[in-house]
Design a protein around this ligand. Structure first.
Ligand code: MEV
Length: 308
């Protein structure tokens, strides 16, 4: 029996602008995970999705999970495999936390484990990216990268990943609007806006990139006040890209009123999750405020202090 897992992710700064070549910062959430348990069987390769009512997906079927298995077999030069992979996850689906990329990652790792093949993270990341294209159209690659490597990253499209130094632990609350939202649609709408009004949208995208660069500096200096303000500024720019929603805005305002240092939507937007930067002293009141303003769940995660 092979057992593997992969984390959820949040984007701290730079979502959407990252699609256009700007910098972004993403971190894994190790407490929310997708898992796969795999064993050999007498039947052709199947994937059982625990969270989809134990739906059975055969590897020759028409499903992104089946495509993940096929791509992996192809990469390993295998024609077929008789095995059963059970996948399950406590990452909310369609909420900007990377559940799709985490599931793809564990399917690939499970097949590698069973067949005793060792693909590097770089090779796994390439495969997951292929599946992300099915889910999201034209993804930047940030989601699969942070999930496969499971480390905080400073990401610029098509450039090697860069590590981030973080001088002070950052306590984040993740507020779930409970509203499912497809990243593909939000990304497509920003693309339309970009093509329709480039003179308005290009400067917004560039400002978001500048915010991500400044945030990296603030993390390095341990300047959490500044980091918080940059989150509010980033959220305002995401509103201009039309990817916020009344639910997300309500949570950001509630976090601010309850003395969060910063707050913004995280991921594709239009629903899904937002994040708030808090301290030990404010986290309880901010959590209460988020729940009062409509969050269906609030998770807490800490980004540890880290050196380069
Ligand atoms: C989604 O988590 C992040 C987006 O920037 C899309 C992408 O980078 O592919 C909205």
């Amino acid at each position: 029996m092979i057992q593997v897992s992969a984390p959820a992710k949040i984007i701290l700064f730079g979502e959407h602008a990252v699609v256009y070549g700007q910098a972004a910062i993403a971190v894994p959430i190790s407490s929310l995970r997708a898992e796969a348990h795999a064993e050999f069987s007498r039947d052709k390769l199947s994937i059982i999705a625990r969270d989809l009512d134990n739906k059975i997906i055969y590897f020759d079927g028409d499903d992104p999970l089946a495509e993940t298995a096929r791509l992996t077999l192809k990469k390993l030069n295998l024609k077929a495999l008789q095995a059963k992979i059970i996948v399950q996850s406590n990452i909310p689906i369609a909420s900007g936390l990377g559940s799709g990329a985490a599931i793809s990652t564990v399917i690939i790792r499970a097949i590698c484990g069973l067949t005793q093949n060792n693909l590097s993270n770089q090779e796994i990341n390439k495969l997951v990216y292929e599946i992300e294209k099915i889910y999201h159209g034209t993804p930047s690659g940030i989601d699969n990268t942070v999930i496969v490597y499971e480390e905080a990253i400073y990401f610029v499209r098509e450039q090697p990943i860069q590590h981030i130094a973080n001088e002070k632990p950052l306590i984040l609350l993740i507020g779930n609007t409970g509203k499912a939202s497809l990243t593909k649609i939000a990304v497509g709408d920003v693309r339309k806006l970009f093509e329709f009004k480039p003179e308005h949208i290009k400067p917004v995208i560039e400002k978001i990139g500048w915010i991500a660069q400044s945030a990296r500096q603030a993390m390095q200096n341990g300047d959490i006040q500044r980091l918080g303000q940059l989150m509010f500024d980033n959220h305002a720019l995401l509103q201009q890209l039309t990817v916020s929603s009344p639910e997300l805005d309500a949570l950001v305002v509630a976090a601010k009123d309850a003395s969060a240092l910063g707050a913004k939507l995280s991921g594709g937007g239009r629903g899904g999750n937002m994040i708030a930067l808090v301290t030990d002293d404010t986290k309880a009141q901010v959590k209460q405020a988020l729940l009062g303003a409509g969050a269906v769940q609030v998770y807490e995660t800490t980004i540890a202090k880290s050196d380069l």
